[in-house]
Design a protein around this ligand. Structure first.
Ligand SMILES: [Zn+2]
Ligand SMILES: [Zn+2]
Length: 401
């Protein structure tokens, strides 16, 4: 029997259990960084499965560790996010949220249930080619996010996983399909605030004032030239000034203008250049006219960049479990943010989409109060992730070092 069939069969035996775990977690959605009851439930299930746990990692995070016969063998990690959203659930499902005002509307309940399923399967693997690390991570939905806090807690230094895998359920992809992409999958979403400080006075006497409105207008235009003249046309870049405020009357030159905006980038290199470019343009339009400024740049999640080799492994695993024709290679990244990106900056890995879309009718998107998913995909997703881990460990342990 091919080894992948072992994973498929074990997952099938656990299918109902995985759905039950997911449904229970669905009834107890909790907000980012406050996943208390959720973490206790995960601990309980992991203990029932005979898995060693570490609690209260980076707040409410839970770590499960299944050592191989020889703990010095390599380790691979699976990541599941834990938080829900401040949304009133309107699905009317029998297992709808019992925590008024919160809802698992992004499918993180399914991610946790699959990670528990992986533990269930892995316990049955004879002589696994390495150790398995399960990272239940708080607060994906709210920057700065739980992933960076898990990393700061030293978990990766302690267990030294060589790779990390995760699925995100995707209602826009039909149930039974998996969406994969090498390289960048989600954008970095940063934001900034600029105050242009001039000198106020009478609108009829601009020579006695420093007009921050004219200067701010030039700065906004100048930034657009970073997009059109500085950035490589083949590397997407968005600079948006989404808010600009200043002044109170038609005949008064105000003291200052405030601009707020967002920057979206798809590469680490481009992202690192933007803050100083924005500021240089600002300096170029303020200094000659005697104005000053205050510029603040806030980093959101980095771009999520899948390692090509790990993506190959996950795609192979998915092809074995779902059938090759059901592995869809995505050609475009999305502009949404995802804090799995921090893990992928630290260790190679792959984050892919698990199709959970409905058989008929319009899919309901993430973060909707009517969000649902087709649970038939969950045991297959579980098998594919577990099989990815196995394949990576098998590869890793066949080579010395
Ligand atoms: Zn979400
Ligand atoms: Zn999500």
């Amino acid at each position: 029997m091919d080894m992948y069939n072992f994973f498929k069969e074990k997952a099938l035996l656990l299918a109902e259990q995985i759905i039950n775990w997911r449904r229970h977690l669905h009834t107890i959605p909790e907000q980012s960084f406050f996943e208390k009851e959720t973490s206790l439930y995960i601990e309980k299930v992991l203990k029932e499965l005979g898995v060693d746990t570490e609690m209260n990692v980076a707040g409410t995070g839970v770590i499960g560790f299944i050592p191989a016969d020889d703990i010095n063998m390599p380790t691979v990690a699976v990541r599941a996010d834990m938080d829900a959203l401040p949304i009133v659930e309107k699905t009317g499902l029998p297992y709808a949220s019992k925590n008024e005002g919160f809802m698992h509307a992004c499918g993180h309940d399914a991610h946790m249930a699959m990670a528990l399923g992986i533990a269930g399967i892995w316990k049955e693997v004879k002589n696994p080619p390495g150790n398995l690390l399960l990272i239940f991570q708080p607060a994906e939905e709210r920057p700065p996010g739980g992933a960076i806090k898990i990393i700061e807690s030293g978990i990766l230094d302690k267990y030294k996983p060589r790779a990390i895998f995760a699925f995100h359920v995707n209602p826009l992809l039909p149930c039974g399909q998996v969406g994969v992409k090498k390289g960048v999958l989600t954008a970095a979403a940063d934001r900034f605030v600029l105050k242009v400080i001039g000198k106020g006075g009478h609108g009829a006497s601009p020579h006695c004032c420093i007009d921050p409105i004219v200067i701010a207008s030039n700065i906004v235009q100048g930034w657009q030239q970073i997009v059109s003249r500085v950035s490589d046309p083949l590397g997407p870049l968005v600079i948006t000034a989404g808010s600009i405020h200043g002044g109170s009357e038609f005949n008064i030159i105000p003291e200052e203008v405030e601009i707020k905006g967002t920057v979206r980038t798809l590469s680490r290199e481009m992202r690192s250049k933007i803050p100083s470019l924005l500021e240089e343009v600002t300096r170029g339009y303020t200094a000659p006219f005697g104005a000053s400024y205050k510029f603040e740049y806030f980093k959101g999640y980095p771009p999520l960049i899948n390692d090509p080799d790990m993506t190959g492994i996950l795609a192979k695993a998915a092809a074995d479990i779902f059938g090759a024709k059901n592995v869809i290679w995505l050609d475009k990244p999305t502009m949404g943010g995802e804090d799995m990106a921090y893990f992928l900056e630290t260790i190679p890995g792959c984050y892919a989409y698990l199709g959970v879309g409905p058989e008929k009718g319009e899919p309901v998107p993430w973060h909707s109060s009517f969000f649902t998913l087709d649970e038939k995909a969950l045991h297959l997703g579980t098998a594919a992730l577990a099989w990815s881990c196995y394949l990576k460990l098998e590869k890793g342990s066949s080579k010395p070092g």
